[in-house]
Design a protein around this ligand. Structure first.
Ligand code: CP3
Length: 345
């Protein structure tokens, strides 16, 4: 196929092409591991205020694009702006993480003022798309219903998602009502980001790892399938990436039943399983261990080459298996991208 001028490599890969060298972006590529972000962050009193200030969000999105040869940017925001826009109290404790007023009943959520609340995010998307070179893609995103529910129910982050798992087991109807609200919110938020200029979107189910087979089908796959359907109905042709982190043996079922265009793989997924997904025509994204990026050196080069060599002949986007860690030296990011781009020669 003739390469359309300026069509971002990321979009070619998401459409099923084997692009060489592989397009690359990193989850959490903006943020505190960058000194320029730490400087910028001081201009807002709180993290959420930062997210809702378009000039700051635009600048934070662009910082990694100026410093590194990434093929795509992801709008600087957070998954927790959705519960916030639905009326739940959300704040961030410096050095600790998010806090929410724990949700006991989904009836407390409301769509009143939802679009106005999120308008600064869409303004930031428009602003980034206006200054980003046309050969670079811009990604919008949202949290998946299950992952958002874990924060909304517990009121904070956790490792095993016990509060949300027990809530779902005890009150499945209430859980279903909560998930339905978040499905609608996610569709509206993704479509609005696309209308503002996002070229593709990613759905983060960061805590898919916590669910048993039945719960994974009901609280991760099924709601995400509805989001995919809802977004496609309003924005046909815009690629959707799913990230059911830690889904293990559930990845293939997730891809088949949600209908996502691409799947982001965490670092535990073996190359053989990734290749099996590619053979079904799915674009795979991933899956370097962020710990390897943080440590750098030769082991990093070897790991980058191994992934690129294993997956580079099919539809593939190079990425991390989860977000970049805070302690990562920025030069290691430069090194990983250099090795990736050289490995296709
Ligand atoms: O560069 C990018 O990837 C864009 C921005 C982005 C952020 N959060 C900025 C952020 C994205 C895509 C997210 C997604 C997000 N947020 C997820 C899904 C991905 C994942 O990591 O699993 C989740 C679970 C959250 C919720 C969240 N936000 C937590 C748990 C925390 C605290 C932990 C931490 O890293 O501080 C945040 C805060 C947050 N989100 C920061 C940034 C840059 C740090 C806050 C600060 O800079 O003051």
């Amino acid at each position: 196929m003739e390469k359309a001028p300026n069509r971002p490599d990321l979009l070619r890969a998401l459409a099923g092409e084997a692009v060489k060298p592989a397009p690359v972006w990193f989850m959490r590529q903006a943020g505190r591991y960058l000194p320029e972000y730490r400087g910028l962050r001081k201009q807002a009193r709180s993290f959420l205020e930062f997210c809702y200030t378009p000039e700051l969000a635009i600048e934070a999105t662009m910082q990694p694009m100026r410093r590194f040869a990434f093929d795509a940017s992801i709008i600087f925001s957070d998954i927790l702006v959705l519960p916030h826009a639905l009326g739940q109290k959300v704040w961030f404790v410096e050095g600790e993480g998010p806090r929410l007023d724990p949700l006991t009943h989904p009836g407390r959520l409301s769509f009143e003022g939802f679009d106005e609340h999120l308008a600064p995010v869409y303004e930031a998307v428009r602003g980034v798309r206006a200054i980003l070179p046309p050969d670079k893609a811009l990604l919008g995103f949202c949290g998946a219903p299950w992952t958002l529910a874990t924060y909304m129910i517990a009121g904070r982050g956790g490792l095993d998602q016990w509060p949300a798992r027990t809530f779902a087991a005890r009150e499945p109807d209430k859980m279903a009502a909560l998930i339905d609200i978040v499905v609608e919110a996610a569709i509206r938020h993704l479509v609005a980001q696309i209308e503002a200029g996002a070229d593709a979107v990613q759905i983060f189910d960061s805590w898919a790892s916590a669910l048993d087979e039945k719960a994974f089908a009901r609280w991760s796959i099924e709601p995400i399938a509805r989001i995919v359907g809802g977004v496609r109905a309003q924005a046909p042709g815009v690629p959707i990436i799913g990230f059911p982190r830690g889904a293990g043996f559930g990845y293939a079922e997730f891809v088949k039943r949600t209908g996502v265009d691409a799947v982001s793989l965490d670092w535990t997924v073996p190359m053989s399983a990734a290749k099996a997904l590619q053979r079904k025509g799915v674009c795979v994204q991933g899956n370097l261990d962020p710990a390897r990026l943080k440590e750098g050196g030769q082991q990093l080069d070897v790991a980058v080459r191994r992934i690129a060599k294993s997956l580079g002949d099919g539809p593939f986007v190079f990425n991390l298996g989860h977000g970049i860690s805070l302690e990562t030296p920025p030069d290691n990011v430069t090194r990983a991208i250099d090795v990736l781009k050289a490995s296709a020669a």
